[in-house]
Design a protein around this ligand. Sequence first.
Ligand code: AIR
Ligand code: ASP
Length: 249
Amino acid sequence: MSRRKKIYEGKAKVLYEGPEPGTLIQYFKDDATAFNAEKHAIIEGKGVLNNRISEFIMTNLNAIGVPTHFIRRLNMREQLIREVEIIPLEVVVRNIAAGSISKRLGIPEGELLPRSIVEFYFKNDGLGDPIVAEEHITAFNWATTQEIDDIMALALRINDYLSGLFAGVGIRLVDFKLEFGRLYEGDMVRTVLADEVSPDSCRLWDARTNNKLDKDRFRQDLGGVSEAYAEVAQRLGIFKDPRSAFVEG
Ligand code: AIR
Ligand code: ASP
């Protein structure tokens, strides 16, 4: 990594100044954190896998007309993205009960939800990303009513597309987290998908065995984290030779 300017460092990624105004470089680290960073580890190769998986998903979403911040992958750990103003929400879409909804509402893990549910969390590490209602979002000006409508529509389209994409490779998309940003183009503002879509931000279960192929392997100390991520990448057809997932270059 060179002397280029660091714009932001998160738990699993770093953002650097991009080559042109309005662009940034998103670097994927091997760091994994959970439970508001109380738990931390380095998972060798995770950054490389998430870079490739997120590239694949963002490229496919762009192709079906979902606007994203993704421009192109630069190398094994970096991608060129458009600079956006991140909307301070974590948008979670759920198809099957797991994680916090099971805990909060007592719905057994694995139960199919009556319909897909979209939830909003206030993106604030200090507060542990609390769940919020649209009332809070608009009252505190985190997003406008129009932006909430756009986010809802995009989140459900992304859910439909990704559910099918994963089903096609024998994986159930249990739930996932999205982040959106404001893309300023002249005097226009557009809501676009930002951040990443990867096994760090999704729950992915093998359709046959219900084996977890996502970050819950780390959260629950199940082991085989990078192997599970590599399995997801391989099933999506990202690597012809799965061993190449672990070769950097
Ligand atoms: N998520 C939420 N915050 C950070 C992440 N990665 C993702 C989880 C899970 C979904 O959002 O990985 O796929 C719902 O998480 P939870 O903990 O609310 O059940
Ligand atoms: N990565 C977040 C944290 O550090 C949340 C999670 O994915 O569990 O707490």
